[in-house]
Design a protein around this ligand. Structure first.
Ligand code: AMP
Ligand code: MG
Length: 406
């Protein structure tokens, strides 16, 4: 069978991904999530007319002719802090001392700031005429009760969280973070921190994937390794399909005799093992597992393939489950500082380090030396993936190529 293109495989994986049903999420956990419903304001914002200044609440008409040489004197009959409910009406010739945020008492129409007075008590001298209505914040002028706080589909920024709290909401309906299980397969794997025996390597993929999931707004609900025993792998995957929203394995999907993931799932109608015209990341398993039809990614084992496959396929699915547009940020044109070879017929995701040209601000990209899919040090050193089109086999210094900045 002919290889799928990257676009075809992405379409196939997105075809089974649906946004997770909205859940009630406490505000402290909601930043970064997508609102699942329209939310209305429960109170007027501001909730009542209040002072914008520390000063005196007065009648503007009392201040006519006030100057620093001839202050108008008013008797201060109330002292209002934020949180106080005024208990009396302020009459002609009277004032209330008032702090920022305190409720405006009846009878007054203007706030004169303390700097425009002699700050006196119990008699205050006002030094300037002050226009009617100065420094009063009006009830509901920001957002009235019932007004729109967030619309369904809004990505909740810290500013939205602040608004939701001001509007009286302790929680919000939002698409939850997708819970993801990441599983490394392979008899050669030992945990980092343990000594490797001859032939063994440290499992790095499950740590790479868990960190990618968490950075992408998901929640790593399970991280582990399994060996090459088919029944063990099958039991673990079937169990995880009852618990999580997405399962990502690495290893065991290509042509080897011990390729256990492919071995235990290839007979299932809901899982396909295909080749995608890309480098790295050619062998890909994808389907759904269990009654909950949990999206399953069987990624190849090489760490660079895992990373590229995550960016190309897993991240868009996590975004859709979270209620976001699956498309990731657009690509950026970069100019090569060195030549680069690329395989015919496969979209290459070449790793490169980028910096801005100090002269004209454009991006310059230097491909990393190790383009093989096992070069984890060069992967870590890279900060861009160059998308070299399938038909391109050779690029020279100075050529421009679209890239994903990491
Ligand atoms: P596989 O796809 O299982 O044939 O593995 C391809 C290559 O990736 C082999 O060199 C494996 O040893 C390596 N590999 C597989 N799984 C991991 C892992 N979890 N961490 C690091 N390397 C791995
Ligand atoms: Mg293997």
């Amino acid at each position: 069978m002919a290889d799928r293109t990257v676009e075809q495989h992405l379409a196939a994986v997105l075809a089974v991904a649906r946004p997770l049903p909205p859940a009630t999420v406490p505000l402290p956990e909601a930043a970064g999530l997508v609102a699942g419903a329209d939310v209305e304001c429960l109170v007027d914002l501001p909730g009542f007319d209040n002072s914008a200044m520390d000063g005196y609440a007065v009648r503007a008409a009392d201040l006519l002719g006030a100057t620093s040489d001839a202050p108008v004197r008013l008797s201060v009959v109330a002292d209002l802090a934020a949180g106080d409910a005024p208990s009396r009406v302020i009459g002609p010739g009277e004032a209330a001392r008032i702090m920022t945020g305190a409720m405006i008492p009846e009878g007054v129409d203007t706030i004169v700031k303390v700097e425009d007075t002699d700050a006196g008590m119990p008699l205050v001298g006002v030094l300037v005429e002050t226009p009617l209505g100065t420094s009063i914040r009006r009830r509901g002028e920001d957002l009235p009760a019932g007004g729109p706080v967030v619309a369904a589909g809004t990505v909740l920024t810290p500013r939205h969280i602040g608004l939701l709290a001001a509007a009286g909401h302790a929680s919000v309906a939002a698409h939850p973070r997708p819970r993801v299980a990441v599983v490394s397969t392979g008899a050669e794997l030992v945990a980092p921190g343990e000594a490797v025996q001859p032939g063994q390597i440290h499992d790095s993929n499950s740590y790479l994937l868990a960190a990618l999931v968490d950075a992408a707004g998901g929640l790593t609900a399970y991280r582990g390794t399994v060996g090459d025993r088919p029944d063990e792998v099958r039991d673990l995957l079937d169990h995880l399909a009852t618990e999580v929203d997405v399962i990502v394995t690495s290893g065991g999907v290509s042509m080897g005799v011990h390729d256990v993931v492919k071995g235990v799932l290839r007979e299932r109608a809901e899982v396909d093992f295909v080749t995608v015209a890309m480098q790295p990341g050619k062998p890909q398993g994808f389907g759904v597992l269990g009654e909950r039809r949990v999206p399953f990614f069987g990624l190849p084992g090489n760490p660079v393939s895992v990373f590229v496959s995550f960016e190309a396929f897993v991240r868009p699915v996590l975004r859709r489950l979270a209620g976001l547009e699956p498309a990731v940020a657009s690509t950026t044109p970069v100019r090569l500082t060195a030549s680069l070879r690329s395989p015919a017929g496969r979209l290459q995701f070449a790793r490169a380090s980028v910096h801005r040209d100090p002269q004209d601000g454009t991006w310059l990209a230097t491909p990393v030396a190790g383009q093989g899919s096992h070069f984890v040090a060069d992967l870590a050193a890279a900060d861009a993936l160059l998308r070299v089109p399938a038909e391109v086999t050779h690029l020279q210094a100075g050529d421009v190529v679209e890239s994903i900045l990491l």
